[in-house]
Structures are given as structure tokens and as C-alpha cells.
Design a binder for this molecule. Structure first.
Ligand code: FES
Length: 129
């Protein structure tokens, strides 16, 4: 890649309160990629929707640090039950990002805290800090 010009830092967190659009932009049971351009750099994440709940993660596999999907929004196993990395087959739990199988078993995706407020997906603060 040749990102000429200003250095393009890849961020692993976002401020709270960034509006990401209506919940309905993600079909129930599906996942969607989000890229946020901020002054400090660019953030790549994805969100999985389960009914009215959303689960967000940084788009970086703990195995080799690659973005999980090689096709747009292709973050899930064919049955839609788990998150899958397209590179070497790591499989993750939707609810907590724990790697259940593959080359990084026992490691976790980095959470990207997101919530739904008045039908809108919004970034949140980490409730682990
Ligand atoms: S980079 Fe995800 S399984 Fe290897």
C-alpha cells in the first residue's frame, strides 16, 4: 500500500458519542464494516447485530493483525453464529470476541464499545475501564 501524504495512523478506539447511523442499517443477524476517519487517523471496526443488541470489535485479528474480512461485511461463519477470520479460519464468539478455535484460540478480538440509543448506533465508553 502506498498511502502518500500525511501519515495515516490506524486507530484502535473511538471517542464516545459518535453516531453511526440507524440500527436498521445492519440486518438482524448480520455484520457490517465501519470506517471512521478522524483527525488522528482512521479507525476500522465492525458491528454484529443480534436483535436490538450490537457487538462491536476492532477489525484486527489477534492472530496476525489482519482485517478479518476479505469481502465487504463478510465477518460471520456461513451459519451466522460466530465471527470468523477469512485468513486462517479463527472463529470468535459474537458476545465477547473470544477465539473459540483456530490459530489464536483463547485470545480475544479488541472490543469496540457501541450501543443503541433511540434506534441509532452510537459509540460508547468502555465499561471495563
Ligand atoms: S489473521 Fe486471522 S486467523 Fe490468521
Amino acid at each position: 500500500m502506498n498511502d502518500s501524504g500525511a501519515s495515516e495512523a490506524r486507530l484502535t478506539a473511538t471517542p464516545a458519542g459518535v453516531r453511526l447511523g440507524p440500527l436498521d442499517t445492519i440486518a438482524d443477524g448480520a455484520a457490517r464494516n465501519f470506517v471512521l476517519q478522524m483527525r488522528a487517523g482512521r479507525f476500522h471496526g465492525f458491528i454484529v447485530r443480534r436483535g436490538d443488541a450490537v457487538h462491536g470489535y476492532v477489525d484486527r485479528c489477534p492472530h496476525m493483525g489482519l482485517p478479518l474480512a476479505q469481502a465487504l461485511d463478510a465477518y460471520l461463519t456461513p451459519d451466522g453464529i460466530h465471527i470468523a477470520c477469512s485468513w486462517h479460519g479463527a472463529v470468535f464468539a459474537v458476545e465477547n470476541g473470544l477465539c473459540l478455535g483456530g490459530p489464536c484460540t483463547g485470545q480475544r478480538l479488541t472490543p469496540w464499545p457501541v450501543t443503541v440509543t433511540d434506534g441509532q448506533i452510537v459509540t460508547a465508553t468502555s465499561d471495563r475501564d
